[in-house]
Ligand binder design. Structure first.
Ligand SMILES: N[C@@H](CCC(=O)N[C@@H](CS)C(=O)NCC(=O)O)C(=O)O
Length: 241
């Protein structure tokens, strides 16, 4: 029997990636809200699962690993994982969906997944920070991250010319990028400037699983992604050792 996966989650882009996957694959899961505005990410319980004090993280009580033959095989011990890219890759391997188990297409998808994790996510995140949360308006920083976001949108727009999804078939690369494009207005971007990206965005928004994932978020948190209290918790972190 497949036991539900425990998802440690907040209603932010990196959290949405995983609810989108779980809804698409219709895997059983239990949501554990980690309210990052209240400092839930610093509890010793959560840090055991996610030592970087970031959501998302999962615990799978009945994990599956690909055997050397490429078949999924059951193991007894539970698996705990943090970092959204690692979680998406694991869930794809477990279900053998949204990422081929081997071959060229697997690496095509993974390169776009890593592009999101190392580029689009951090750059759009800094864009949000300097455009909306920083106590001072630093125009150099705002311009730098708005321009870099625009450059990355341009890269994705080109990639999507003539194809429905980022790496041909619908995949974990689409699930990783979509939540970051969803806040395009807050990033100072106009999707009219990126027609292929806009068509993909609409295609993604229409998917019932994507809509279910965002409905789950709404039910947990109807307010701002970052509250006034959250600002002091999230933006004042330094090494405490
Ligand atoms: N590279 C990480 C980034 C995770 C991340 O930045 N999560 C944010 C929410 S989107 C968070 O948990 N922030 C809590 C904090 O900064 O203390 C991933 O892809 O999972």
């Amino acid at each position: 029997m497949m036991l539900p996966i425990d998802l440690y989650y907040w209603t932010t882009p990196n959290g949405h990636k995983i609810t989108i996957f779980l809804e698409e694959a219709q895997l059983p899961y239990r949501l554990h809200p980690i309210n990052i505005n209240n400092g839930d990410q610093f509890t010793s319980e959560f840090l055991k699962i996610s030592p970087n004090n970031r959501i998302p993280a999962i615990v799978d009580p009945s994990p599956f690993f690909a055997s050397t033959e490429g078949n999924a095989s059951h193991v007894e011990e539970s698996l705990s994982l943090f970092e959204s890219g690692a979680i998406l890759e694991y869930l794809a391997d477990k279900t053998q969906r949204f990422l081929p188990v081997k071959g060229k297409e697997r690496y095509n998808i993974l390169q776009w997944l890593h592009w999101q994790i190392g580029g689009l996510g951090p750059m759009a995140g800094q864009n949000h920070h300097f455009s909306h949360y920083a106590p001072e308006k630093v125009s150099y920083a705002i311009d730098r991250y708005v321009n870099e976001t625009s450059r990355l949108y341009g890269v994705l727009n080109k990639q999507l010319a003539g194809q429905n999804f980022i790496a041909n078939e619908y995949s974990i690369a689409d699930m990783a990028c979509y939540p970051w494009i969803r806040s395009h207005e807050r990033q100072g971007q106009n999707l009219d400037d990126f027609p292929h990206l806009q068509a993909w965005f609409e295609r993604m928004s229409e998917r019932p699983a994507v809509q279910r994932a965002y409905a789950k978020a709404e039910a947990i948190n109807t307010g701002a992604a970052v509250t006034q209290q959250g600002k002091s918790i999230l933006f004042g972190q330094k090494n405490t050792d």
